[in-house]
Design a protein around this ligand. Structure first.
Ligand SMILES: [Zn+2]
Length: 484
């Protein structure tokens, strides 16, 4: 019957029973091929529909089979007994009250933790409970919350909450824990008696109630600002060795970045080399620590010169300087477009003019509309049509260096405006004498075109005279810091 069932359950979701029933005959027949003779077992009419051929031999056989199966099932079935359980014995009203009070009653009856005793014959409710004279509370400022809201939530008066808030300079950092003492209840609210919290590593703010209203006081906490020196073996992985030595992820990153400006951290450092860091650090007398920035990055390399880098500020720019006073190189120029170089600097056969001439720049095979950026900080000298160069931007940089960007489709800077390195100046195109979209990029020194390949890194500051003396005194001071 299941096999013939074609309703919504027979297919789709209930495909499993369907499939099981349909598969059974072939499997069964295959195992017992000789039992049923010529016709096969499938032809024996096992299933009798009792709603057809009433009182025929087949019908009687069906009825007999059904009855026999029913009786057999009844005989084989285990005995039935009621399941254990059910409602426990009823308790009286007095017992119920006691259960509820002790917390073993049902929640629906009002039972809670079992702490409070409900009034009964032995317990009399007081008409008025004695008021707690003061409330000592600890709270933590949540992000977006402020002291006034916190105080009113805890039951302080609006007036006190507002005054306390006005006494706090600036916002309290989220997560700051605050100790609050509220005085005797006056009506529905309590007056603020004392509020204290840490306003920073080096101070605590205390707000107290005085006869003339709330007063604030800042209590200083001694802070030791001796930098921390961290040294250790590089081992298998520099980053994890640094972390294991107590260096924060940010400082470890800064250290690796400082080193990578001078050496190849991946190949020029061996496990036996030793790292050496000096980190700004502030320790409060109460025990808190506040790690600061990296001040010194050194590495002692076996079989190679030690590298000593000090963070030093010259003309408002903070950079890493080697112990000798030579500043870390900064990338002087970047490529103006993200595209492959299709033609280099030098003599070549000109595709349009058809004679050999000097190619004064580099061609980048940039698609139409590719963003073009300034190769270095500078000022827009010229921006507009320039004969065979088409739409061109010319930038003036420090040290008599100029760059030009030609054949552009669109220019987005105007003459005279300052540009930063990497700033968008326009889009590539094929304006002027050009066979297809590309960027013709030129670099000039003193008006002479030079090979842009040769001027990629040019910025290095070198300390001299008093600046060098001050720098070396700083290096000496940093290296005298004991091991933290
Ligand atoms: Zn070119």
């Amino acid at each position: 019957m299941l096999a013939r069932h074609d309703g919504p359950m027979g297919r789709g979701a209930a495909g499993v029973p369907h499939a099981l029933v349909a598969r059974a005959p072939s499997g069964f027949g295959a195992r017992r091929p000789g039992v049923t003779g010529k016709q096969g077992w499938r032809d024996i009419d096992m299933t009798v529909d009792l709603a057809q051929d009433f009182f025929s031999r087949r019908w009687w056989r069906g009825l007999f089979t059904l009855s026999a199966l029913t009786v057999a099932t009844a005989l084989l079935a285990p005995g039935f007994a009621p399941l254990p359980g059910g409602r426990p014995a009823m308790v009286g009203e007095a017992e119920e009250t006691q259960f509820v009070a002790a917390g073993v009653g049902s929640l629906a009856e009002g039972s809670d933790s079992g702490i409070a005793m409900a009034p009964n014959a032995a317990v009399e409710p007081l008409t008025s409970a004695p008021e707690r004279p003061t409330l000592d509370l600890f709270a933590r400022i949540a992000p977006g919350d402020n002291l006034a809201r916190l105080l009113t939530r805890l039951g302080a008066s609006y007036g006190d909450a507002g005054r306390a808030q006005s006494l706090v300079p600036g916002a309290i950092a989220p997560g700051t824990s605050i100790s609050i003492t509220l005085g005797r209840k006056n009506g529905d609210v309590r007056p603020v008696e004392r509020i204290a919290f840490r306003a920073g590593l080096d101070s605590e703010l205390v707000i107290r109630a005085t006869p003339s209203g709330l007063q604030v006081q800042r209590l200083g906490i001694a802070v030791d600002a001796t930098p921390l020196r961290i040294r250790g073996r590089v081992g298998d992985g520099m980053y994890w060795s640094l972390r294991a030595a107590g260096v924060t992820p940010q400082t470890a990153e800064e250290y690796l970045k400082a080193l990578s400006g001078q050496i190849d951290v991946g190949s020029q450092i061996s496990p036996d080399d030793r790292f050496d860091l000096v980190v700004a650090n502030r320790r409060a007398a109460t025990g808190e620590n506040e790690a600061g920035s990296l001040l010194y990055a050194g590495i002692d390399r076996a079989g190679s010169t030690a590298l000593q880098l000090v963070k030093w500020t010259v003309a408002g720019q903070t950079r890493w300087f080697e112990a000798s006073g030579v500043g870390q190189q900064t990338s002087g120029m970047i490529w103006p477009v993200n595209a492959p170089i299709t033609s280099g600097f030098g003599e070549r056969f000109h595709p349009i003019l058809h004679f050999v001439r000097m190619h004064r720049g580099i061609d980048f095979g940039a698609h139409w509309g590719t963003p073009i950026v300034a190769a270095a900080d500078g000022q827009v000298e010229r921006a507009g049509w320039s004969g065979g160069y088409g739409e061109q931007v010319r930038l003036a940089h420090a040290g008599g260096i100029e760059t030009s960007y030609s054949h552009m489709s669109r220019i987005v800077v105007g003459p005279g405006s300052p540009v930063r390195q990497g700033q968008l100046i326009g889009y590539s195109g094929s304006s002027g004498l050009s066979t297809g979209p590309h960027l013709h990029y030129e670099v000039m020194r003193g008006g002479q075109a030079i090979n842009p390949m040769g001027v990629r890194f040019i910025n290095r500051s070198i300390l001299e005279g008093p600046a060098l003396a001050a720098f070396q005194a700083r290096l000496k001071a940093l290296l005298s810091v004991g091991r933290g």
